[in-house]
Ligand binder design. Structure first.
Ligand code: ASP
Ligand code: MG
Length: 406
């Protein structure tokens, strides 16, 4: 009996070795047997992508991005072909595709390409033949047939985009955890699995440091209302459903606590307080492709002020160099850096209709003797920059305060 179409995505840890690839093949075959059409997206085996990046850096410090994409795309080609073979061995017909063969056409921004369109003709043709179609995640090709990649964690995006384009009934994201948790269970053992979460909350959590799904993929899922089921490839349990709206019996104010250790803080001291100065600093940074996150400017004192902001750790050296040169040219003082900071955030759509969440959060941090260095808010999240040594205890204290424990 025909049951509909499912897009399944298996992350690197789910296909880290031959045993696990065979396990994935069994799972896929089981769905096929029960009547589903299947398109399966896979990431590179285990840490392959990291290893390939390291390899490139042994050859050259700043590899040309086009060649980087050429190199990284090979990781996913290994996993799609091996999975196709494993499924074959179980007596089912499977065919593997690169991103380009799967019809994924992107723009030319190598290493972070955007999908322009997907031509699903070839996939549909194979599905009609009754085959399981396996598509390499994280990659596409430009109209000029240059291979591109979609940014780290991009297999999620491949899966969501294919689910949208093929009008799949569900997009299942298989990973090594049971779903989305109220906090990282390695930090807070009392963290519990969330059964339902909204796109907005998930997007906020992914951007603020929850590492389960790529933020860009959630944006696409939200835009086209693609239902996502995040679950473990090692168990049969239901995971977390990500949906547009979640009807909760009782109002939940905070849905989760996240921690991001990936940022560094830069402070420009004694910035002359006159129009156009902030514009200068941030224009140069954005011109170099450096994403600036939280920004705080202090009240000016004697016509001078301090400006602090955060950037990703990967960009910090470049950012300091640039900021020092701008600081000099605008007559500002020292440029300081602090890499020992983290961002701790609370996220929840319930915040929109509740007040006092910020006060409660600051109160918890105060009780934890944690100094808040920067604060930023959105309508469904509050983030504080604090010293790294307080990170774990802050997560646990906030988790407790907002009653997220099992
Ligand atoms: N293999 C790529 C990465 O590690 C894409 C992915 O895993 O989704 O970033
Ligand atoms: Mg990966």
């Amino acid at each position: 009996m025909k049951k509909g179409l499912i897009v399944q995505k298996f992350g690197g840890s789910s296909v880290a070795n031959v045993e696990r690839i065979k396990n994935v093949a069994k799972r896929v075959a089981g769905y096929k047997k029960s009547g589903y059409d299947l398109v399966v997206v896979v990431s590179a085996l285990g840490d392959t992508t990291d290893e390939l990046i390291e390899l490139a850096h042994k050859v050259i410090l700043e590899p040309p991005e086009r060649e980087m994409d050429m190199l990284l795309s090979t990781g996913e080609q290994i996993s799609v072909s091996l999975l196709a073979m494993a499924i074959y061995k179980l007596g089912f017909e499977a065919v593997s595709f690169t991103g380009a063969q799967g019809g994924i056409i992107t723009d030319t921004s190598h290493t972070k390409a955007r999908i322009i369109e997907i031509n699903t003709d070839k996939i549909k043709k194979e599905l009609r033949k009754g085959r399981i179609v396996i598509v390499a995640g994280f990659q596409g090709a430009t109209l000029n047939q240059d291979i591109t990649t979609l940014g780290r964690g991009g297999s999620d995006l491949t899966a969501v985009a294919l689910a949208k384009e093929l009008r799949a009934d569900e997009c299942q994201i298989y990973t090594d955890v049971d779903g989305i948790y109220t906090a990282d269970p390695r930090i807070e053992p009392k963290a519990k699995k969330i059964d339902f979460i909204t796109y907005d909350e998930m997007l906020e959590m992914a951007s603020l440091g929850a590492q389960v799904m790529q933020a860009r993929s959630i944006e696409v899922a939200k835009k086209f209302n693609v239902p996502i089921h995040v679950r473990s490839s090692f168990s049969r349990l239901c995971g977390t459903m990500i949906l547009k709206e979640v009807k909760r019996m009782e109002e939940v104010v905070v849905s989760g606590v996240t921690l991001n250790k990936n940022e560094a803080k830069i402070t420009v001291c004694n910035v002359p307080d006159r129009p156009g100065v902030a514009a200068r600093i941030f224009k140069d940074l954005s011109g170099s492709g450096i994403n600036v996150d939280m920004i705080v400017q202090n009240v000016s004192h004697l016509r001078q002020t301090d400006i602090s902001f955060t950037v990703s750790k990967a960009d910090v050296l470049r950012a300091i160099k640039l900021t020092r040169s701008v600081a000099k040219s605008i007559g500002a003082g020292e440029v300081l850096e602090d890499q020992d900071i983290v961002r701790v955030s609370v996220v929840g759509v319930g915040m929109k209709s509740h007040h006092g969440v910020a006060a409660a959060m600051f109160g918890v941090l105060a009780k934890n003797k944690t100094n808040i260095e920067m604060i930023s808010t959105s309508d469904i999240s509050i983030s504080c920059i604090i010293q790294r040594k307080f990170a774990e205890s802050a997560v646990r204290a906030l988790h407790e305060k907002f009653k997220l424990a099992k």
